[in-house]
Ligand binder design. Structure first.
Ligand code: UDP
Ligand code: MG
Length: 358
């Protein structure tokens, strides 16, 4: 089935959307020309308006020059160039800020994601999903990476409750509203679906083809899985407990302190009732340590509450729709003019106008 047939079949009479494509680029000089040509070809068929935003994340090869050459032939291409390598999250975030269209598609700059698969994402977005994530079911990467990725996806899905098979897939489609509400930094690009789901957006998943890397090297090694785990902890903390940190620290602190209290209580009973000497009991050290750590955890929680109360920047709710405000009724004239108000009697309506005599 060619693309046009596929589109008629899946998108139906849907009005062609305007699409911003965001591509993070770090040393991908050899793929860029082909990627751009393929993107142009597919966007011409599916979008009413489109733009390709390439974010050069401090490449040290000729990527930026290649991008400049591409822009000379296609003015809808936009280039953002970082001064140094800031990481994929930063590159995506800069692209999201620059994107101006209704829908935003992200894909990797190494040709591992196929631009021809964009209609699949669009079809899902058209079904009402706010974020559609690609699922590289036949991932073309070394088996070690695939195995680690499976483990990672399984853990993330279990811990966050978001049922996706491939969180880290760079190929995703978004409605604008989703991106307006998310802040992507650090390593958080891996958890965009988690953050979006937490804010109530509908998350979908669609199987996409994946190609082996033809040029250059992968930028992510083993360290990413360790880093990814820490980011997962942060995301869980920030999504579930950001408005009530004491609930997290408090529980940990309470459990620890109670364990310490139980141990020390037991030792105290032995000392008082059975006259057992405590000087050579390592358990005493453990009990006391747990007690102190537990109390400290509770105080961390209180501090975190104070910080959360002071620095609340994000809205902690997300509005799907709100009815437009009706025209306010024209200002009513004061039913009773102030002059006619008898002493001690209040006028029924009051006029609030600047500079009125009080
Ligand atoms: N990338 C980036 N900044 C980085 C690392 C990677 O913009 O610091 C880009 C990279 O150019 C590619 C995408 O992120 O377009 C995914 O990287 P890569 O293909 O190395 O990841 P893998 O496919 O091996 O998971
Ligand atoms: Mg890749």
């Amino acid at each position: 089935m060619n693309v046009k047939h596929f589109l008629c079949y899946t998108l139906g009479p849907m009005k062609s959307p305007s699409i911003s494509v965001v591509v993070p680029v770090y040393n991908e000089q050899k793929s860029l020309e082909e990627l751009h040509a393929r993107l142009r070809a597919i966007l011409a068929q599916v979008a009413s308006r489109s733009e390709c935003i390439f974010v050069d994340d401090g490449s040290r090869d000729r990527s930026y020059r290649v991008l400049q050459q591409i822009r000379q032939t296609d003015p809808t291409v936009r280039i953002i160039r970082f001064r140094r390598n800031f990481g994929k999250s930063a590159a995506l975030s800069a692209g999201f800020t620059a994107a101006r269209c209704d829908l935003v598609i992200t894909l990797d700059g190494d040709l591992q994601d196929l631009p021809e698969e964009i209609p699949k994402l669009l079809a899902m977005l058209d079904q009402g999903y706010d974020l559609v994530s690609g699922w590289r079911s036949q991932r073309q990467d070394p088996w070690m990476k695939r195995l680690a990725s499976r483990l990672y996806n399984f853990t993330t899905a279990k811990l966050t409750g978001v049922r996706l098979h491939d969180f880290n897939c760079g190929f995703k489609g978004y409605r604008r509203e989703v991106l307006d509400e998310l802040r992507v930094y650090g390593e958080r690009h891996r958890y965009i679906p988690v953050l979006a789901s937490y804010r109530g957006f509908r998350i979908g998943e669609v199987k996409v083809e994946h190609a082996p890397r033809r040029y250059g090297q992968s930028k992510f090694g083993w360290d990413r899985f360790l880093g990814g785990f820490f980011t997962l902890l942060t995301v869980i903390l920030l999504t579930r407990y950001t408005n009530r940190p004491l609930h997290f620290f408090g529980i940990v602190g309470l459990i620890t302190a109670l364990a310490g209290l139980a141990i020390d209580g037991y030792l105290a009973i032995e000392r008082l009732l059975f006259k057992k000497w405590l000087g050579d009991r390592p358990l005493l050290l453990l009990g006391t340590l747990l007690l102190i750590i537990g109390i400290q955890f509770i105080f961390f929680g209180l501090l975190a509450e104070m910080i959360a109360a002071t620095y609340r920047r994000e809205r902690d709710y997300s509005i799907a729709e709100s009815t437009p405000s009706a025209e306010l009724e024209p200002e009513q004239e004061a039913a009773v003019s102030p002059d006619s108000v008898a002493d001690g009697e209040r006028p029924k309506t009051l006029r609030f106008s600047r500079g009125s005599e009080d």
